[in-house]
Design a protein around this ligand. Sequence first.
Ligand code: FE2
Length: 197
Amino acid sequence: MGDVFPEEGAFEGDSHLCPPGVKVLPIPVLSDNYSYLIIDTQARLAVVVDPSDPQAVQASIEKEGVDLVAILCTHKHWDHSGGNRDLSRRHQDCRVYGSPQDGIPYLTHPLCHQDVVSVGRLQIRALATPGHTQGHLVYLLDGEPYKGPSCLFSGDLLFLSGCGRTFEGTAETMLSSLDTVLGLGDDTLLWPGALSP
Ligand SMILES: [Fe+2]
């Protein structure tokens, strides 16, 4: 898997770093966390990954002029799910996805390993990666519909120079989860949930 991180701004469209028709917008939150807005630029539909700060996410939604239709939570911790209530109330019909094992606040659509969330042309696959929490999921945006690289949103499983703490699993469980994502294609772009553990 290739390690690429958005140090400044978004990757969009025909950039070699992101499939055409997709915009991935990193939203810096808290001290070193990131939420991500994933936009189908044709349909003007958006998904947000791990919205901890609803005001920061809402500001990006308004700036981009898109409709928020889904929240994807990697896990239950407040710095990844703290915006679920406000955003799902503000955006009617916005679905909240995550693992039913993880106590995700305001969850409406529980996901299992290999389930796919479809939003416009976005195809996003959930992969079970327990260890940091029992129900931790990562999300893989399929690049195939756009003939571009896939994008991995790794939450607190994998950072640029380390991995998340093992709060609810064994070292073996965590290693198995890391093997799951390290087996993805070499051109997969990594979008971690924070800069450091
Ligand atoms: Fe966490």
